[in-house]
Ligand binder design. Sequence first.
Ligand SMILES: *[C@@H]1O[C@H](CO)[C@@H](O)[C@H](O)[C@H]1NC(C)=O
Ligand SMILES: *[C@@H]1O[C@H](CO)[C@@H](O)[C@H](O)[C@H]1NC(C)=O
Length: 420
Amino acid sequence: MRAISCTLIAAACGTATGVSLAARQGGAGNATIQCAAIPSPFPTWQQLPQQSTLPDPFLPLKYTTPSDAQNIMAGKGQGRVQTPDEWYQCRQPEILQMLQEYQYGYYPDHSQEKVEATRSGTTLNIAVTAGDKTGSFKASFTLPSGASASKPAPVVINIGGMQNQPYLSAGIAIAQFDYTSVAPDSNSKTGAFWSIYNGRDIGVLTAWAWGFHRVLDAINMTVPEIDATRVGVTGCSRLGKGALAAGLFDKRITLTMPMSSGVQGMGPYRYYTMSGQGENLENSKQGAPWWTDSTLGTFVNHAENLPYDAHTIAAAIAPRALVIDQGTGDQFTNSKATAVIIYPAAKLVYDWLGVGDQIAMSVRSGGHCDMSGYTSVLPYVQKIFFGTPTNKDYNSLGSYGSPITTAYPWATATPPSKAA
Ligand SMILES: *[C@@H]1O[C@H](CO)[C@@H](O)[C@H](O)[C@H]1NC(C)=O
Ligand SMILES: *[C@@H]1O[C@H](CO)[C@@H](O)[C@H](O)[C@H]1NC(C)=O
């Protein structure tokens, strides 16, 4: 059994994210909030209800019991989170732990790491030491014209390449690293991350997320021309799943930009047939089991027993910004379900928290990882980084039309004390 103490999930509990376990229990300044205890050990798939619709994001795991699946799906479970304070102090930290348990593996304790970085031209040499182990890798960056220490530019950190020029022209710096030097897309356990953490049951998506975070550390230490408080993370397909994890596990990330990300990204485990040839838990766990931890494998053929879905991951990023790219020609990643189910279900939580403008859906034409996705989201990126207004409607589902509300029946029972 994995420990669930805060020291093991620094990104969820430490300075990067700012929510301590004490705060969860109502000990840090607000005695009125009592969090439901996080189950320990976490329930197995047999101990969870089978839910054919998207799980209620407001229901703590403690109350997600198999006896009452119909009411739970309908948002009539007992013990639902009632206020935004409760969400931020109780439920969001629970979701972060739950996702590490069931999907990502436990993020390493960053407080036990020493990060050293040197800058040589536009190359960053990064070395991370924990205990007696060190992992090293490189990153590089490009500054927009006019960026200086007194006028630092925001940055988008990407893996796998992106459309740089429109971003540079908009005054946004670009940084990148070779993800294979952090963790290859395989079981090989080489690269900087595994040099330190080999032997742990952690998915490669989490290793890539860690790579993004250590690049941000290095930028903050050595590149004063970049503003380390305005940071986007992006990647496409499997690398979009990694960018999503990067946004999830570090509150320093201002804007999370998963492109064509599919299952374990912004594609649902449920409703995978909606696009006609869906990626799902079974085929993703078979094709690339290393993306996630081994616990997720125990849900194969029982995906409807997962107590979360992609909307839960998105909601856990609030109040920070999230823009979701999908192309209508990309069936495999189930663009349609991301647009008509996952986005609106997550937006309900963002709206309820009073930060509805912080989530955006970008439905474009074109296929998987079409580079036009980057120009499609750019006005939203400019809005987040610079406050530049845009006329583009990022609540539009394009040719997909309207949300399919039957996929999240709990919405009709959204907690009463929503930000009015
Ligand atoms: C404590 O909780 C109450 C009720 O939810 C809320 O109004 C108040 O702002 C909270 N105070 C702090 C310091 O979190
Ligand atoms: C940058 O480094 C300073 C000094 O260590 C630290 O206080 C700050 O939180 C860091 N900022 C980011 C965005 O990492």
